[in-house]
Design a protein around this ligand. Structure first.
Ligand SMILES: *Cc1c(COP(=O)(O)O)cnc(C)c1O
Length: 401
């Protein structure tokens, strides 16, 4: 009766295990204040412009003639037009009709592959954002999970390591669709235009599909592409996922969108039309109040407030990266993303280093191997903690490195 893929899914293991070990430490040494540098969620208050827009929308709903029931399944026109306008500012043509508003990029990661046939084979970068594997596994597309190798049998894993600049080659990648995440969680690195062009050509050549996750596009500072649609040919092979979570502080509000170009077609079906049908079947949309809040993030005040928060997280991440390098550690990311990815010292394994850091410094990191087998020997720190905790973590690390 129970779905065996769901039953065997190891997904929750990483963060549950981190919490378990931190709790054991807290109980064992009540005098030590733990500094949490594994935070995977924004921490600063919501941009005021979004809060005010939501308050106004809520009052409007309670007033004469202002009530809104079920909205259009793809999202309200005002938000879809604001999104299209955001692309237009960058010289990218996206029609409001190609924008599909949702309650989160995670939901879209899970849902979009439902348009593909059961046997479609997924590829992911390794290490990887766990939701991509979750989506494939729950759809029965990932095959069997092996705790020994940490891999699903039908998933193509592309190791993302310093040796290949965290940008694996598309050559010989035998999959039907791939999740590309840039800037990347967990490595904090961004893909170049050249790398993206390679994946676009790979997809167009084999009538494959790219699911491009741009959840951290607002963190880009290096000049790497902001959208897959900056790449020639992307409109015939790529869906772009965007979220207000990390750039707009909306993790607790819930709003995101997918862009599906009108010409994106496979086996005689237009994906945008299929997705509209699928959403109409299974989803009743994002609240009017929430969509008004998201719209406010595109106003000059909303933009400035969101940008100042992103700048704060980036400052923390930049300090972490620099600090680790000063200690002689090999560190990446932090420039285009709130994440810093670093190699554990002296060839230590991810969990071995996690324990040592926790024991001797009272600092909590996220073990790299938890994101995939190629993450073994690495750890992730985030810029989401306070400036004081970020500084404190660096001082404690320096004392043991
Ligand atoms: C946080 C995150 C998201 C955002 O998911 P939401 O459901 O929109 O909050 C998407 N992709 C990656 C890689 C993330 O880290």
């Amino acid at each position: 009766m129970i779905d065996r893929y769901l039953a065997q899914f190891p997904g929750n293991y990483l963060f549950a295990e981190v919490a378990r070990r931190a709790e054991a430490m807290r109980l064992g040494r009540p005098g030590v204040r733990l500094v949490h540098m594994g935070v995977g969620d924004v921490t600063l208050p919501l941009p005021e412009a979004a809060a005010e827009a939501m308050a106004r929308a809520a009052r409007e709903m309670a007033g004469e003639g202002g009530f809104h029931g079920y909205g259009p399944e793809g999202g309200y026109d005002f938000l879809r037009r604001a999104v299209a306008g955001d692309y237009a500012r960058r010289g990218i043509q996206v029609d409001p009709e190609e924008v599909f508003v949702s309650d989160g990029a995670k939901s879209d990661c899970m849902g979009l592959p439902a348009m593909l046939k059961r046997g479609a084979r997924p590829a992911v970068f390794d290490p990887v954002y766990p939701a991509y594997l979750g989506g494939a596994a729950l759809a029965g597309r990932a095959g069997e999970y092996s705790a020994e190798t940490g891999r699903w049998s039908r998933v193509v894993y592309l190791p993302c390591v310093p040796e290949n600049g965290f940008s694996p080659s598309a050559k010989g990648c035998r999959a039907d669709y791939i999740y590309l995440c840039s800037p990347n969680n967990p490595t904090g690195t961004a893909l170049s235009a050249q790398a993206l062009k390679m994946w676009v050509d790979w997809a167009n050549r084999g009538r494959r599909l790219i699911l491009f996750d741009g959840a951290y596009c607002d963190y880009l500072t290096s000049g790497a592409p902001w959208s897959i649609y900056e790449i020639e040919g992307a409109r015939t092979c790529a869906v772009e996922l965007r979220s207000f979570s990390k750039g707009g502080g909306f993790t607790g509000v819930r709003c995101a969108y997918a862009v599906i170009p009108a010409e994106l077609e496979r086996d005689g079906c237009f994906l945008g039309e299929l997705w509209r049908r699928r959403q109409a079947i299974s989803f009743n949309g994002v609240s009017y109040v929430t969509q008004r809040g998201a719209e406010a993030l595109f106003t000059p005040e909303g933009r400035a407030q969101a940008e100042s928060r992103v700048a704060f997280y980036l400052r923390n991440a930049g300090r972490l990266r620099e600090g680790l390098e000063e200690m002689g550690l090999e560190a990446y990311g932090g420039q285009d993303s709130p994440y810093v990815w670093a190699r554990a010292p002296e060839g230590m394994g991810s969990w071995e280093w996690f324990d040592l850091l926790l024991e001797r410094a009272g600092v909590i990191c996220t073990p790299g191997v938890g994101f995939g087998p190629a993450g073994e020997g690495f750890f992730r720190l985030t810029g989401f903690a306070s400036a004081a905790d970020t500084q404190e973590a660096l001082e404690r690390l320096a004392a043991i490195c």
